[in-house]
Design a protein around this ligand. Sequence first.
Ligand SMILES: [Ca+2]
Ligand SMILES: [Ca+2]
Length: 412
Amino acid sequence: MESTTRGILLLSIICCLVLNHAQGEADCESDKCSDETSGAPSGCGCSTSRTHDGKTAHATATDSKSKVSNSHSEDENKKYPPHKYTEQINLESPYKRTNMMAFIPGGTFNMGTNKPIFLADGEGPEREVRLAEFYLDKHETSCAEFELFVNATGYVTEAEKFGDSFVMEKYLSEKVLKGISQAVASAPWWLPVKGADWRHPEGPDTNIKDRMDHPVQHVSWNDAVAYCSWVGKRLPTEAEFEYACRGGLNQRLFPWGNKLMPKEQHWMNIWQGEFPYTNTEEDGYFGTSPVTAFPKQNKFGLKNIIGNVWEWTQDWWDVRHSPDFKENPKGPPSGTDKVKKGGSYMCHKSYCYRYRCEARSQNTPDSSAANLGFRCASDTLPDYLLSKIKMNREYGCFIFGILGCVCGGGRG
Ligand SMILES: [Ca+2]
Ligand SMILES: [Ca+2]
């Protein structure tokens, strides 16, 4: 890399760190959250998106290969048997299934906050929102779940089609680093890595063999929509995500309250140490953790709804919100970026304090990165879960029938 370019990158790092250190001074771990940092500028690199000319993007986004289709050729059908997402295919997987859903009862809550940490992100204003009941995956979508989808459909992710995806410098091998000459000006630790995709999270010399229970990475919004559609689900709206994240608590930072470490324990996978230089891994993880790691973060039984990987939502991005009451809001009708929520293993309070329920960021729908995944929502339980519940009830009745088992109710 040219020395002048390195100089510019170094200057960018210093500027970004100074700016964001100022943002992270607020102490929001007590019940009273300081608003000293309201109005701080955004720009932690969380929203690093794929950039290319509109013509190329359009051609790729509408490429028929990006759609889930059962109309494979005979050869493709041999390679990718046209299974559906059934109990049988679950049983065929060598990995423990984690695709259970939590029932989220309908209700009214206060979305957003009047004490934003990142004003420019559109964290405020606080506004009343009413939602109908829905279901939400208890876990982020794992590599194992995503592999079922790919094996059954032959789906090719956008990162695979573009041939690259974003990874933080610290996670790359020397060999991969040597081959990279570009960086993201506003967040120079983000590098476009050739050959990085969901099967090769840190580039072509890495794999997911030992992390099939970790969240799938490098999936674009379009990929996430395709997966959720295939399993008979959909992405959650931003309002649904935030409502589920809050777990019935009003204006708390985290799903469980305001304390960063309840009972002095880590309840989420974020960055400890000095970002972006040292990660002390006090929560046990340098990168992603299994989707089942850490305690359930709230009464809905959700895991890693904050931390681990950012999660795509349905909504288009906008930072202006009406304070008026809304019912089942779905965000703006159009836009250029999609909203992501929850923060990731790369978030640190000094820099990207976005592992909070009201925090938000954005990427273009065809962008992908090592810290970005998703989970699905649904209005009703998909068939494969209904049949599982039915099977469990029948088994329970058989075992306890003699004692007068009552087989009613129960959701998720
Ligand atoms: Ca960590
Ligand atoms: Ca997450």
